[in-house]
Design a protein around this ligand. Structure first.
Ligand code: G3H
Ligand code: 13P
Ligand code: ZN
Length: 284
């Protein structure tokens, strides 16, 4: 298989009403866990790397590991930049072979976000790479903001319509009540807002901060037009729990392969569960 773009897989998801899982990777075990899960579940899949992941592993390693994994799979795989906050970062990923990028201009005023995103879209589309944009601020659970303050940062349906038509993005990340990182209480999603956005925007919508969001809310979000769902935190938690458990139970084992093997299996359990919940299992 070769890498495909968001458009290649999200059109089908949109037509048939399911979402494709986008899982964050930082190292070899996570790449393997994601790709093996996709192959075993027969699911199209998006592997994404954040700027932090690229700093940690090195862009060459991330690209090489994902490309190596393609030799073993039959399902479609996207390699996507997650939250690229500069033009240069997006260009670097395109040059290194990413099939998809995200320009995150959510901290910019609307006009500037549109202009900067459109600039990335022009180059990316010229070389067959898809682009995700973000409007509204998703933020993290660690951000010290009240519910009212967070709601003020949610995506406006009117602005979303303008952002999509003027920037030319292939997918839009929306802020409707989710946040990155672990939730303290149960996240409450603004489905009415999501519905209004969907009425004005034809492209696939993206749900960030989906770790810890109850299954019922995920299903509703998919019904209302979400076609790409981002999961990072729950993978990290599964990895962490498995490493701690193994080292606590086997204090004398020092072989990294023995420690990381169970962690990979634990991550696969989480990833496969998400693929079934999102409805992408069996769609490749
Ligand atoms: O959007 C946030 C992702 O979970 C990536 O997190 O920047 O720590 O790699 P990171
Ligand atoms: P979580 O922190 O909820 O896993 O969200 C990940 C994400 O949105 C990556 O862009
Ligand atoms: Zn995100």
């Amino acid at each position: 298989m070769f890498l495909v773009t968001l458009k290649d897989i999200l059109d089908d998801a949109q037509k048939k009403g399911y979402a494709v899982g986008a899982f964050n990777t930082n190292n070899m075990e996570i790449v393997q866990a994601i790709v093996e899960s996709a192959e075993e579940e027969k699911a199209p899949v998006i592997l994404q790397a954040s700027q932090g992941a690229l700093r940690y592993a090195g862009i060459e390693y991330i690209v090489a590991m994902v490309k190596a994994s393609l030799q073993k799979v039959t399902v479609p795989v996207v390699l996507h930049l997650d939250h690229g906050t500069s033009f240069a970062q997006n260009m670097l990923c395109i040059r290194h072979g990413f099939s998809s990028v995200m320009y995150d201009g959510s901290k910019l005023p609307l006009e500037e976000n549109i202009a900067a995103t459109a600039r990335v879209v022009e180059v990316a589309h010229a070389v067959g790479v898809s682009v995700e944009g973000e409007l509204g601020k998703i933020g993290g659970t660690e951000d010290d903001v009240t519910v009212d303050e967070r709601e003020a940062l949610f995506t406006s349906p009117e602005e979303a319509e303008r952002f999509v038509s003027e920037s030319g993005v292939d997918a839009l990340a929306v802020a409707i009540g989710t946040a990155h990182g672990p939730y303290k209480g149960e996240p409450k999603l603004d489905f009415e807002r999501l519905q209004k956005i969907k009425q004005r925007v034809q492209i696939p919508l993206v749900l960030h901060g989906a770790s810890g969001v109850p299954a019922e809310s995920i299903r509703r979000a998919i019904e209302l037009g979400v076609c790409k769902i981002n999961i990072d935190t729950e993978i990290r938690q599964a990895f962490n729990r498995a490493v701690r458990k193994f080292t606590a139970e086997n204090p004398n084992v020092y072989d990294p392969r023995k420690i990381l093997g169970p962690a990979k299996e634990a991550m696969k359990t989480v990833i496969k569960e998400k693929m079934r919940l999102f409805g992408c299992a069996g769609k490749a």
